[in-house]
Design a protein around this ligand. Structure first.
Ligand SMILES: *Cc1c(COP(=O)(O)O)cnc(C)c1O
Length: 392
């Protein structure tokens, strides 16, 4: 395989070897159905119980508040749709933000077509939800606030504890899409007054197609996938036993290595941001300078197309992204970059680089040199840039 410099860890991460190792026995050795009564299925039941316990502990939650799903998208869908249904008699108003992942935004749009009202909160120039606006948006019929823990494009971390407190004060349920944050920053569901939390295995060096939803005890919720009695009758379907085994291992490792990993990523990230902003003219850093994920760098380069930059980086073995994996391929600028107030033409020149602990300073040096080279080349071909330089 060609050597690549992988800087797209917000899209997905490398599954750790010890995670793969932990999954293997549950394919061909312990392949029993966890719902079966015989002894042969016991290891399957045990590995699920163990993973649930590990995840519960990691959030300060109870074991039976963790429900396995097929990933972040399903968890978001479940949290929002099932709450809407279960609490519709109390009210039909939901509050979210303009910078949520499409798993949340499109679910809310779906509910709007079914008689729910949704307020999409603006964010400030750093991508932070404004608490004053949130307060103003709360109505007597508001049943749910869904605000992401950290943004997948610009890395901004939200004031989750303050949002949770507001929700609690008003007797409104609080869901957070923590897919980017879980396993990367410490989270305590009681401390932050979180009622539901979505997370996904493949964003924390676990396998793809597995995730979980935390649901606080006492919350009315409906089953989302109808079928068997799995997951306390709330999510039917034979458990993804290898996936759950892998997720459990990934969480265990993520929690044990969090501090060290974050420190390493942050140092590399700051080095990358420092060099790019100092050495490339007409560039800005998107997102909050300090309240951001330790591995996220998101730049907007004036006078260039982000897609062209990406293609040319790819030709040099560098994997980056223009926004989220979901928006690449479409020519619409990112809804997140527009929400933080970037004009269309600047939002188009964006580049997201998301690091992992596997990256090195040498890689960052190579990437910076390539960015400088490519940006120069693209600007040399840009009529907009030519005009701008003539005028200045
Ligand atoms: C990746 C991502 C999701 C979707 O998770 P999947 O497991 O890929 O379905 C949802 N929300 C955010 C913030 C994400 O980054």
């Amino acid at each position: 395989m060609k050597q690549v410099i992988y800087l797209d860890n917000a899209a997905t991460t490398r599954t750790r070897p010890e995670v793969v190792e932990a999954m293997i026995p549950y394919f061909s050795e312990y392949y029993g159905n966890p719902s079966s009564v015989y002894e042969f299925s016991s290891p399957c039941k045990e590995v699920i119980a163990h993973a649930r316990e590990t995840i519960g502990r990691s959030l300060g939650a109870k074991t039976n508040e963790i429900y396995f799903t097929a990933g972040g998208t399903e968890s978001d869908n479940w949290a929002i749709k099932a709450t809407a249904e279960a609490y519709a008699a109390k009210g039909r108003h939901i509050i979210t933000s303009k910078i949520e992942h499409h798993a949340v935004l499109h679910t809310c749009e779906y509910l709007e077509k079914r008689g729910f009202e949704v307020t999409y909160l603006d964010v400030d120039e750093y991508g932070t939800v404004k608490l004053e606006e949130l307060k103003k948006a709360i109505r007597p019929d508001t049943i749910l606030i869904s605000i992401m823990f950290a943004n997948n494009e610009i890395g901004t971390i939200q004031p989750i504890k303050e949002i949770g407190s507001l929700a609690k004060e008003h007797g409104i349920l609080f869901h957070t899409d923590a897919v980017q944050a879980y396993g990367h920053v410490p989270i305590d569901v009681d401390d932050c007054h979180i009622d539901m939390l979505s997370a996904s295995g493949h964003k924390l060096n676990g396998p793809k197609g597995i995730g979980f939803l935390y649901i606080r005890t006492g919350l009315k919720t409906r089953s989302f996938i109808h079928g068997g009695a799995q997951e306390r009758k709330r999510r039917g379907g034979t458990e993804n036993v290898p996936g759950i085994a892998g997720l459990g291992k990934a969480v265990e490792t993520a929690m044990a290595t969090m501090e060290e990993r974050a420190a390493k990523e942050q140092e590399l990230r700051d080095y990358l941001i420092g060099r790019v902003t100092a050495e490339v003219p007409f560039v800005r850093l998107n997102g909050h300078r300090t309240r951001r994920l330790t591995n996220n760098a998101n730049f907007a380069f004036q006078f260039i197309e982000g897609e062209s930059l990406l293609i040319m980086l790819d030709m040099n073995g560098i994997c980056g992204s223009s926004g989220s994996a979901c928006t690449s391929g479409s020519l619409d600028p990112s809804h997140v970059l527009l929400a933080i107030g970037l004009p269309h033409e600047i939002a188009h020149g964006s580049l997201r680089l998301t690091l992992s602990e596997d990256n090195t300073r040498e890689e960052m040096d190579y990437v910076v040199e390539k960015i400088k080279e490519i940006v120069d080349r693209l600007r040399a071909m840009s009529p907009l840039y030519e005009d701008f330089m003539k005028k200045s």
